[in-house]
Design a binder for this molecule. Structure first.
Ligand code: C2O
Ligand code: CU
Length: 474
């Protein structure tokens, strides 16, 4: 039976502590990826794959310009790859899907469709320059063919970048700033995560197959790893860093109050950090991989009010997300200023290179799968060689819904369905939800770091079924 909603307190993932500073001045962290037991449903034991054995993993709370080194040790029974989503990261540290970290003590041959990357025995160090705007990033597993099952079992966490521009704004902070990782999961009778992979050991290919090609959904919504949690709040403004970390589920989030109008969201940031100016929304539509940074004002509500975050896209159990309980009046000096941060508009010059990428159903070898421009992922063939510093226009064309994510640098939405960008497209994006049979045009510019990167659909089953492509920055 599913647990009663709004009983479990909202957990906030612990902040990772650096173990030291290296010769180049970077803060050094260590993470051990290991199997652990978690109590997600009350009284039930769920085995997870966790960064430091927890789900979500520890939060990296970092500053712009302060480089960070994370040394990951893989004590799991399967290879892993860590990607910092939204990170402006050199190629060799980005988490190329074939750059496996092999389990400690396991040197058996791991190959993926005959493609081999840079294999590391047991440990790998990722260096993140953090030379980017303040933003809510997240890190998660990115192993070729197995990203879906690995993330589903727990390999995901927050990486927050802060900067002086953001610090100078009177936004809610401290206990009134909450990262919220939203994802859906299904549970088997024994309490384990029910991921419909063919090989539960995540060794033999494919990681997920035909029946699940639309994506894996669950009936329990977790926020920060807890089912439909509840959080007590002051009657004050709160900043919520919303992340959709689901494999395939999209949400239309709204804040309902019994007998009253919905509480609006004031969006202050997107995937790539602060907006130029706040944007009000009655609801937030969020696809896998996307982040919305919002401020919610509970100060207008009397103590005792229950505010329920619902998902308007589902009529069943996944139609509920979490609840806030306003418990006390309190002093609040925060506000949302009319001007937030500089957002340089990315305007493609006349004659800028144009590329079209078609996301559609297709064949991966003998199996069904997903393709970009008719081809499945190939590590050795670049679909786009892009000059560093050049602004290009990329056109994403879809058959069904595909949240398209580009590594290395954020982009800006120019047009959607022949019109201007929607209210949800503002600011710097690194993941854009392209709706069925739609065309979304974005301006991309890779500023530096020459090398090989990927872009892909962030529906993780689509990604594992080869809807990913290689790009090269030159
Ligand atoms: Cu969030 Cu390429 O991934
Ligand atoms: Cu897709």
């Amino acid at each position: 039976p599913l647990p009663e909603p709004f009983r479990v307190p909202l957990p906030v993932p612990p902040v990772a502590r650096p173990v030291g500073v290296d010769g180049a001045g970077a803060q050094v962290y260590r993470v051990t990826q290991r199997v652990a037991d978690a109590e997600i449903l009350p009284g039930v034991r769920t085995p997870i794959l966790g960064y430091d054995g927890i789900f979500p993993g520890p939060t990296f709370d970092t500053r712009r310009g302060q480089p960070v080194v994370v040394r990951h040790r893989n004590e799991l029974p399967v290879p892993t790859v860590v990607h910092l989503h939204g990170g402006h990261t050199p190629a060799e540290h980005d988490g190329w899907p074939l750059d496996l970290v092999l389990p400690v003590g396991d040197t058996s041959g791991w190959s993926h469709h005959g493609m081999v990357g840079d294999l590391a025995a047991g440990e790998r160090e990722h260096r993140y320059p953090n030379d980017q705007r303040a933003a809510t990033l997240w890190y998660h597993d990115h192993r070729m063919d197995f990203t879906g099952p690995a993330v589903y079992r727990g390999l995901a966490g927050f990486h927050i970048v802060r900067d002086d521009v953001e610090d100078a704004l009177p936004l809610p902070r401290g206990e009134r700033e909450l990262p919220l990782m939203i994802c859906d999961r299904a549970f088997a009778a024994d309490g384990s995560f029910a991921y419909p992979g063919l090989d539960q050991g995540m060794r033999s290919l494919p990681g997920v197959e035909d029946d699940w090609m639309e994506g894996v959904l669950g009936d329990v919504v977790l926020v920060n790893g807890a089912p439909w949690p509840v959080h007590e709040v002051d009657a004050a403004r709160y900043r919520l860093r919303l992340l959709n970390a689901s494999n395939a589920r999209r949400y239309r989030l709204a804040l309902t109050v019994p007998g009253g109008p919905d509480v609006p969201f004031v969006q202050i940031g997107s995937d790539g950090g602060l907006l130029a100016a706040p944007v009000g929304h009655e609801a937030i539509e969020i696809a896998p991989g996307e982040r919305f940074d919002v401020v919610v004002d509970f100060s207008v509500l009397p103590p005792g009010t229950q505010v329920t975050m619902v998902n308007g896209l589902d009529g069943g159990p996944a139609g509920r997300v979490m609840r806030f309980r306003v418990v006390r009046t309190a002093r609040d000096d925060s506000r949302v200023p009319d001007r937030l941060a500089e957002v340089e508009p990315l305007t493609p010059p006349a004659g800028a290179p144009q590329r079209t990428f078609r996301f559609s159903r297709g064949k991966v070898g003998d199996h069904k799968g997903w393709t970009i421009n008719g081809t499945s992922f190939d590590a050795n063939t670049s679909l786009a060689d892009v000059g560093l510093g050049e602004t290009e226009v990329w056109r994403f064309v879809t058959d069904v819904h595909h949240p398209v994510h580009v590594h290395l640098d954020p982009f800006q939405v120019l047009r959607r369905g022949g019109e201007g960008p929607s209210d949800y497209d503002v600011g710097w994006k690194d993941t854009v939800d392209v709706r069925p049979a739609e065309v979304v045009e974005v301006a991309v510019r890779f500023s530096d770091h020459a090398g090989r990167f990927v872009f892909h659909c962030h529906n993780l089953e689509h990604e594992d079924m080869a809807m990913m492509a290689t790009i090269r920055t030159v």
